[in-house]
Design a protein around this ligand. Structure first.
Ligand code: MTE
Ligand code: HPA
Ligand code: MOS
Length: 773
């Protein structure tokens, strides 16, 4: 209680103090990034004698392993050893939520790219050569690549989940309009710049240190301990930073770290395992493709009275994070709208694809795409604009979500109307329709995309973090948290918090690597919650130290501690600067034997969820926003450009404006890529065809919108957000969904007979076919 009060007072103080830092702060890593000096796993100083490893994986998507002949590979000079499931001293099991995934295949393979063995050699080159010499005989079994097919065959990961509110069946009977349809959204490749990898080194007494490119150091530690059958304290996991994660390293950084550790365990030598791009693309899971059906019912005045969906999630061959992702699809199935009668259901369908995994938005985008499709369909059939239906149903204060949470501090209407006013959308829509009247070879389309995204891990027990803060005797500061820096700027935010609390310049502060021996039992850096959870812990630790230092200063200056303020690296008494500097204060604290280290634990208050009822209050708060997207298509070629994306976004009170803008822009483009051009393709045998950058296209500088404007909505922020600065990592990805519907509208302007299709991504080929269908 006492702590919370303190934090509140500090929050207000920080609002004033940090204004200039807020606006001017650059990502801490900017300098080392542009100079090529930032360190990744591949840059680790390897010790003499280090072995290099390559994974041997299944060349078939489903089958029984009749035989494997390693003898030629083992005979190759420079090959040290080949490890298989037989070498696992503990459990050959890496499944996090459901124990259904072996580290190495035993007698069966379930996806193309499934790890079977680890080849350890003097060099990666030799290990790769050895891999080509392995002979495997697989008796093929039927392959399922689509969720629908899995459903028909009863192939599931777990039991279905369903949320409901009101009486959907009955409500449909009262509707003026009812429409049904199907949608498909494809997967998405994370394409982090740094591929998956790990480096394991033996320490004394059988202890092992792992440098891993993971979002979840504790999962890596826990899984290694389980596979090796040893205690967690024997494993130390260290992460400097990731060259991007985007969810792809929440769970799927683990197997490579475990394999490297397994080899180190047996060989008592360091082992480096870094996937090359082809191996990474083939062996790792992606965003889940979804095949869904919807039924939407509206009143005469366009109120959505009832909504029903069934989501078929293509989970791949093992659970991975699929159940949690499926759950988030249900949480976001009604996006920014209040729907009084809802029934949603999700089935995690087991297929023979690599286990699909977390990807920015975590199932939320897939859910939102379906309701936006349903609205577009209804609008087209009724003969109104989708914008009218969207606007008529926006979430309001005290509305209930299908999962029981009451919406508070809602900014859905605020961002929507702010976007309309600030960007003069009436004029924009008129321009578009005038353009379409006057042009035949090119057509424009405009769309609105509101977003509402819940912040917190949906699994309540995961919402906690710790911070360990040392003030060294020269006044410099070292901060360790569970936060993993992956480009999102979380280290910079942690540094700002300490700089603000102590009122020292950022040069005094170092953000340490993320390490399981300094901060233990951590949740992954995910769910956009890293800055909130670790930032609150950092704030608490720094505040405790500050209180202690104030007592020291009060004694030294012979005044009451209530009059002490730290400002610009000096102690102030009632606004008067004293002679006592920050470094003198620290020296004095040392002489007085005051502890200059603090460890704080933060657990998000207020949240809870009851899975037996599928009701609760799972989110600390929601992030809101509205995007207006305009596109121009070339009706001869089917190609298109995005003229502009205009966004009003709810940052709360952004603590790092440049970093947060970067997150909005990056997420938007990633979302647009998913919706328009990124096309994952597997053949019917389950082989990945889009297995290189030549066959998988992500947005580049030529495909980004000609203009992106992002305006912060005026709000008071939220107490549960760090310094009222709301989570920003994932929500803006869903603005990208607007791109899909802008294209639909442009096509319709050219081809009035066009029957809207909800089959993403909307590639130029599909646009071309739709123009003339
Ligand atoms: N931004 C960059 N540059 N690189 C990333 O890997 N991951 C995204 C988002 N922004 C990512 C990113 C995802 S999936 C999440 S959950 C959040 O950042 C995680 O960081 P946060 O919790 O600090 O927002
Ligand atoms: N979001 C992201 N990652 C997660 C979540 C979540 O809600 N739950 C478990 N991992
Ligand atoms: Mo982000 S998908 O929660 O790592």
């Amino acid at each position: 209680m006492h702590k919370n009060k303190e934090n509140k007072v500090l929050d207000t103080k920080l609002d004033a103090v940090s204004k200039s830092l807020k606006q001017s702060i650059k990502n801490l890593d900017s300098h080392t990034h542009v100079r090529g000096e930032s360190l990744y796993v591949d840059d680790v100083n390897i010790r003499q004698g280090t072995f290099h490893a390559v994974v041997f994986d299944s060349p078939k998507a489903h089958g029984k392993i009749n035989s494997i002949n390693y003898s030629k590979a083992e005979a190759l000079e420079g090959v040290e050893r080949i490890f298989t499931y037989k070498d696992v001293p503990g459990k050959n099991e890496i499944g996090g939520i459901i124990p259904d995934e072996p580290l190495f295949a035993e007698h069966e393979v379930h996806f193309w790219g499934m790890p079977i063995a680890l080849i350890v050699a003097e060099s990666e080159f030799i290990a790769r050569k050895a891999r080509d010499l392995i002979e495997i005989d697989i008796e093929e079994l039927p392959v399922i690549t689509r969720a629908k097919e899995a459903k028909a065959k009863g192939s599931f990961i777990n039991a279905p989940r369903s949320f409901s509110l009101g009486d959907t069946e009955k409500a449909f009977q009262d509707c003026e309009y009812v429409f049904e349809g199907e949608t498909f959204s494809n997967g998405q490749e994370h394409l982090y710049i740094e591929a998956q990898g790990a480096y394991a080194e033996p320490l004394e007494n059988g202890n092992i240190k792992i440098t891993s490119s993971t979002q979840g150091p504790t999962s890596v530690q826990k899984t290694i301990a389980q596979v090796l059958g040893i205690a967690m304290h024997k494993i130390e996991v260290d992460v400097t930073r990731l060259g991007g994660g985007f969810g792809g390293k929440e769970d799927q950084a683990t197997p490579w770290a475990v394999m490297a550790a397994l080899a180190t365990y047996h060989l008592n030598q360091s082992v480096k395992l870094i996937l090359n791009r082809h191996d990474d693309l083939r062996m790792t899971g992606k965003r889940h493709p979804y095949e869904s059906t919807y039924k939407i019912g509206l009143s005469k005045d366009l109120k959505i009275l009832a909504y029903q969906t069934e989501f078929l999630q293509n989970s791949g061959a093992a659970a991975d994070l699929s159940p949690a992702i499926a759950e988030r699809t249900l949480f976001h199935a009604t996006n920014s709208y209040y729907v009084p009668n809802v029934t949603t259901k999700v089935l995690s369908c087991k297929t023979n694809l690599p286990p699909n995994t977390a990807f920015r938005g975590f199932g939320g985008p897939q859910g939102m795409f379906v309701i936006e499709s349903a609205i577009a369909k209804a609008a087209s059939e009724i003969g109104v604009s989708a914008r009218q239906i969207q606007e008529a149903n926006l979430l309001d204060e005290n509305d209930t979500f299908s999962y029981g949470q009451i919406a508070k501090k809602v900014e859905a209407k605020n961002t929507w109307h702010s976007a309309k006013n600030i960007f003069n959308s009436d004029a924009l829509e008129r321009e578009v329709s005038d353009f379409n009247k006057n042009n035949t070879a090119f057509k424009k389309g405009v769309s609105f995309m509101p977003i509402t995204f819940g912040i917190s891990f949906t699994n309540t027990p995961m919402n906690h973090a710790r911070a360990l803060v040392h003030i060294y005797l020269d006044g410099s500061i070292g901060i360790s948290t569970a936060a993993v820096e992956m480009g999102q700027g979380v280290n910079t935010k942690m540094m700002q918090i300490a700089a603000d609390v102590f009122s020292v310049s950022i040069e005094h502060i170092k953000i340490e690597t993320t390490n399981t021996t300094r901060v233990a039992n951590t949740s992954p850096s995910a769910a956009s919650s890293t800055a909130d959870l670790n930032g609150k812990a950092t704030l608490m630790a720094c505040n405790s130290l500050l209180e202690r230092l104030k007592i020291v200063a009060a004694e030294d200056l012979n005044v009451s501690e209530n009059n002490i303020i730290l400002k610009e690296e000096y102690v102030f008494v009632n606004d008067n600067k004293t002679e006592l500097s920050w470094t003198d204060l620290i020296s004095s604290a040392m002489l007085k034997r005051v502890a200059l280290t603090e460890n704080a634990h933060y657990a998000t208050p207020e949240i809870h969820f009851d899975k037996t009822k599928e009701k609760g209050h799972p989110f600390a708060y929601h992030v809101y926003g509205t995007a207006i997207t305009t596109t121009t298509i070339d009706c001869t070629r089917g190609t298109y450009e995005f003229d502009s994306v205009k966004i009003v976004h709810d940052y709360g009170k952004s603590m790092s404006e440049g970093i947060d803008l970067g997150q909005v822009e990056g997420a938007l483009i990633q979302g647009m890529g998913w919706m328009t051009m990124e096309e994952i393709a597997y053949n019917d045998e389950g082989k990945l065809l889009s297995n290189a950058l030549s066959t998988y296209k992500i947005p580049d500088i030529f495909s980004v919108p000609k203009s992106v404007e992002v305006i912060p909505v005026e709000t008071k922020g939220h107490e549960l957000a760090i310094l009222k600065s709301k989570a920003v990592g994932e929500p803006p990805l869903m603005y990208g969904i607007g791109a899909y519907f802008a294209l639909q509208n442009a096509i319709k302007a050219f081809n009035p007979n066009y029957d809207l299709k909800f089959h993403a991504p909307m590639t130029p080929e599909k646009v071309l076919m739709s123009l003339y269908s």
